[in-house]
Design a protein. Structure first.
Lengths: 149, 84
């Protein structure tokens, strides 16, 4: 099990996550730009009310995520169409004795949804990721998340 | 190129919505690969659908849609507006 621990910020859980575009095929001939396989660091808001993980336009632009589908999302007033993207989500779990953490990918690739930029986070971590592990809140304002692997 | 992908996705999505009622009984939870407004395959994971799409169409536009009629709730972002 890989663990993340922290403290609530203004009654919210924000964690550092890594996002990696889903590209497991080789570049086409003539494309000299190698595909990035590293995770890029972003701040995520953990949102148990979200059924799916979302990425802001900032993430889409930075990683060059390619639109792959559409989803109809209901907001407070009406349904709206959002773009979807395929990517992996990772974390940098806690380590012992000050050893620098290495990124740990959570499960398989997911299909995430775009949302507008937000100054407090770049990723809305939804239940498609959260339910792959566990989350524990304490009354002193600390939290722990764990993911098998 | 980006515009062509978006047009293809929009057209495929419209076609997919018409197919959805027929797909749901047997294929709910699977991922549909679409090209030229036609269903090209159904896959267990989005990655499998993406691999199949790239293998068949390379850089030509295609799209992947989850077969579901369950509403998506974005929690915090239920108040958000889409990007276009």
């Amino acid at each position: 099990m890989r663990y993340l621990r922290g403290r609530l910020e203004n009654s919210r859980i924000r964690i550092k996550v890594g996002i990696r575009p889903f590209r497991d095929y080789s570049p086409v001939d003539g494309n000299s730009t190698p595909f990035a396989i590293e995770y890029t660091e972003f701040i995520a808001l953990v949102d148990t009310g979200a059924t799916r993980t979302c990425v802001t336009e900032n993430v889409v632009q930075k990683l060059g995520l390619q639109r792959r589908g559409r989803e109809e999302i209901w907001n407070i007033k009406r349904p709206e169409l959002h773009w979807t993207y395929m990517f992996h989500v990772g974390i940098w779990p806690e380590t012992a004795h000050g050893i620098p953490p290495t990124v740990f990918g959570i499960g398989d690739e997911i299909v995430g949804i775009d949302v507008g930029n937000n100054r407090f986070f770049d990723v809305l971590l939804g239940m498609d990721i959260i339910r792959q592990g566990y989350m524990h809140l304490e009354t002193d304002g600390t939290f722990e998340m764990g993911f098998p692997g | 190129m980006a515009h062509a992908i978006e047009v293809e996705i929009e057209r495929n999505f419209a076609a997919f919505k018409d197919m959805l009622a027929n797909l749901l009984p047997q294929n709910a939870g699977q991922y549909a690969l679409l090209h030229d407004q036609e269903l090209k395959g159904l896959y267990t994971t989005p990655g499998d659908a993406e691999r199949a799409g790239y293998a068949q169409f390379k850089e030509a536009p295609y799209s992947v849609q989850l077969v579901t009629d369950e509403p998506i709730d974005l929690g915090f972002y239920s108040y958000a507006l889409s990007q276009g």
